[in-house]
Design a protein around this ligand. Sequence first.
Ligand code: CDM
Ligand code: ATP
Length: 271
Amino acid sequence: MIAYANAKINIGLNITEKRADGYHSLESIFYPYPIYDIIELHPKASGMTSLEITGIDLAPDADNLCLRAYDLLAERYSLPPVHIHLHKQIPFGAGLGGGSSDAAALLKMLNAQCALGLSEKELCAEASRLGADCPFFIINKPMYAIGIGTDLSAVDLDLSEKYIVLIKPNVHVSTAEAYRGVSPRPAEFDLVDSLKLPLQDWKFYIKNDFEDSIFLQYPEIQDVKLFLYEQGAVYASMSGSGSTVYGIFDEPVTLDVPDELGKVYYPLDIG
Ligand SMILES: C[C@](O)(CO)[C@H](O)COP(=O)(O)OP(=O)(O)OC[C@H]1O[C@@H](n2ccc(N)nc2=O)[C@H](O)[C@@H]1O
Ligand SMILES: Nc1ncnc2c1ncn2[C@@H]1O[C@H](COP(=O)(O)OP(=O)(O)OP(=O)(O)O)[C@@H](O)[C@H]1O
């Protein structure tokens, strides 16, 4: 069985409160983005579950979210040993949720392959034990997220007529570290209402609260945002806890991105 695990971008990210358990309450729009990790799942007749990673250099250790997803289900269900081949293409430490997407893909594949019969709701509950971004990827449609990012409701947002470009600067940002740098505060504007504004007005109302502290620490990420606006983006923002910045354009573009700014990603059409 094979799965294509896509990335996500965050449109707006208001971090409103630090909770007693150390996590933060937030609100954000999660929007699927079409670049993909490719995951093959092969059941084995015997032996141990194994993981092989090709593509972007990432060690196949036991903390890998693919193995953690397998172990989570194996605690409760009788699963055969499997071989997982992850072809990693989504950059990590990037705010694109690639690891969470891999984990969600594994949960869905194991559910189908092993006929576990878990509903979408049950899969989301399992996914939330792996990471705050993970349940979104089970549903994988534009979603308004609250709580720690796991309380999801559908949102009416269709950017399919727009063209979204990502630039991943040459720095990795740790999500936990990024949260430590933020001062939570109530949201200034209603995020769902702001989405209804014309796209050219989003920049005045739709903010990612990580930007202030992350841009201070890594001015090169802010440079990427300015570059995207210079290139004609109607809206640009860092995704999640960074370091990726996306730009939304009215028309398809090909950007000449200097190497020192980072690596550019365009939306893929895999039919
Ligand atoms: C920044 C976002 O990507 C926005 O979508 C997410 O909030 C992060 O989600 P994630 O990477 O799936 O996060 P997890 O793996 O659950 O948590 C990583 C670390 O981020 C911090 N964390 C995460 C989510 C949240 N709502 N509050 C937090 O403070 C915690 O310190 C946690 O130890
Ligand atoms: N399958 C995986 N793919 C990518 N990273 C993984 C995976 N499994 C474990 N990790 C670890 O998780 C860390 C970050 O993963 P991920 O790509 O989800 O975060 P991110 O890009 O910061 O996105 P976000 O902040 O939106 O969750 C990496 O540093 C890596 O060591």
